[in-house]
Design a protein around this ligand. Structure first.
Ligand code: F0G
Length: 458
């Protein structure tokens, strides 16, 4: 198989420090066997997230210089607004400091009474938190194939339409605050959602009078998968595929830290619902900032205006997705169990199969994550029982269905050779998997424990 070569060349470099294995053993111990506590200086290849970790282009760096920092009505705002309107065909645009900023302003607006629900294919963690903070509940209706790590399905991020309709009827359509289409579906492994699925969700939402929202953090990557895999889209431009997707929703909530190719930023875009726009515009002032900056610097809005268009470039997207696929394919060829097909932004390694001797409450995926740090200075992140936490009532550790390690690839940052280093490290750990040890808490914070917990190997 061929993987697309870089459609860019390197003009500025950032030095990264290489440590020895002996050093890393000490560093990890001092970090309490929790990669979140590592200093980035001690990390050689950082695959913690693809969020806010992209490299900007020379055009984006230049755009920073023309940023207009006016409190109200800055030129940067209008430039960004015109790009967002062009991509979405929506009428209204409000910036926010990042995705969760957009969520905290928008999501409460549709929660008009007690006992309401948002339904998504899968809510991202912060989205779920803001649904709950708004006094509603989050229900996921993804297809069952999503949980099968091995079998090929072109659109594992899809909604199960039966589950969706059943949930609407069970809870009552008047109690559904909105339907959130997460594209690509991050929590399902960056798996795409098909155009047909979005169209059907939109039709169902119309039938029951429910507002549809796109959580579009990785919408451009989703459009690329549609072009590659869905009948009828092979000859369409990525931007037109994106426009069609947005036509099936009423609102776009955007974390620009992914497919905006910037380090910080986000926004809300609304198709034509003026009242909803006015509510958000009022509410954003105390939460994020005046509606023409919403927590963003003028210069950052200009960099985003450029980044949004760059992320829709097909050559860029092919290389981006190919890099992720290259890492996934190398692991698969070596027999390492990974989610298949490979998603858009990360490779998910199945650590339950790698370390069946480690029980869920000793966190097998955290153990593998620590081992690849020691092996090669690579930082990944656990997505499993550690992340899931404890049942608030019984205080028992909740057992996650899957114990995954996420190797998340930043955009335009690492080379294929870097990915070889990652693959070699994971393969080495896989070949020595019987030596992996479970972890016990030395300190366990009461909430969001994965960020600050301290462990010791058992
Ligand atoms: N929606 C999705 C699908 C996301 O993946 C994220 C962030 C957000 C919303 C929130 O946006 O970070 O700008 O506030 N995902 C990051 C990740 C944190 O690592 O997957 P944000």
């Amino acid at each position: 198989k061929k993987y697309a070569a870089e459609p860019y060349r390197i003009k500025v470099i950032e030095h990264i420090r290489q440590t020895t294995k002996e050093e890393r053993i000490k560093i990890l111990k001092n970090a309490g066997y929790n990669p979140f506590s590592l200093r980035s200086e001690d990390v050689y290849i950082d695959l913690l997230t693809d969020s806010g970790t992209s490299a900007m282009s020379q055009e984006q760096w230049s755009a920073l210089m023309i940023g207009d920092e006016a409190y109200a009505g800055s030129r940067s705002f209008y430039r960004l607004e015109s790009v967002v309107k062009n991509i979405t065909n929506y009428q209204y645009f409000i910036p926010a400091h990042q995705g969760r900023g957009a969520e905290q302003v928008f999501l409460p607006q549709l929660v008009t009474k007690k006992g309401m629900y948002y339904i998504s294919n899968i809510h991202f963690d912060t989205t779920r938190s803001h649904v709950e903070l708004a006094g509603a509940r989050a229900i996921d209706c993804v297809i069952d194939d999503c949980f099968d790590l091995q079998t090929y399905h072109p659109f594992k991020g899809n909604f199960c339409l039966n589950k969706l309709e059943k949930t609407i009827l069970d809870k009552g359509k008047e109690n559904i605050a909105g339907i959130i289409m997460t594209i690509t579906n991050n929590s399902a492994g960056g798996q795409p959602v098909s155009m047909e699925n979005m169209r059907q969700v939109s039709e169902m939402a119309k039938k029951y009078g429910i507002t549809t929202i796109i959580d579009g953090a990785r919408y451009a990557e989703n459009a690329f998968f549609i072009k590659e895999r869905e009948e009828g889209y092979q000859d369409m431009d990525i931007i037109d595929i994106a426009r069609e997707a947005f036509s099936y929703a009423d609102v776009l909530l955007m974390s620009a830290k992914k497919d905006g190719l910037v380090n910080m930023g986000g926004f809300i875009a609304i198709k034509d619902h003026e009242e909803l726009y006015n509510k958000c515009r009022t509410y954003i002032v105390p939460m994020e900032g005046f509606p023409t900056y919403g927590g963003m610097n003028g210069r950052d809005m200009d960099a985003l205006a450029v980044g949004l268009m760059e992320a829709l470039d097909e050559n860029y997207l092919r290389h981006r997705i190919d890099q992720v696929r290259y890492l996934g394919d190398r692991l698969r060829e070596a027999g390492v169990p990974v989610q298949y097909p490979i998603g858009g932004h990360a490779v998910f390694v199945d650590c339950k199969s790698i370390a069946p001797h480690i029980p869920y409450d000793q966190f097998p995926a955290q153990s593998v994550t620590n081992a690849i740090y020691i092996e090669a200075g690579v930082r990944a992140v656990e997505i499993g029982s550690l992340l899931l936490g404890r049942d608030p009532d019984t205080h028992e550790n909740i057992q996650s269905e899957m114990e995954l390690m996420r190797l998340t690839i930043p955009r335009r940052v690492y080379t294929y050779r870097h990915l070889d280093v990652v693959a070699d490290a994971v393969i080495h750990v896989f070949e020595h998997r019987s030596e992996l040890k479970g972890l016990a808490f030395v300190y366990e914070p009461p909430i969001l424990r994965h960020f600050t917990a301290v462990f010791k190997p058992i």
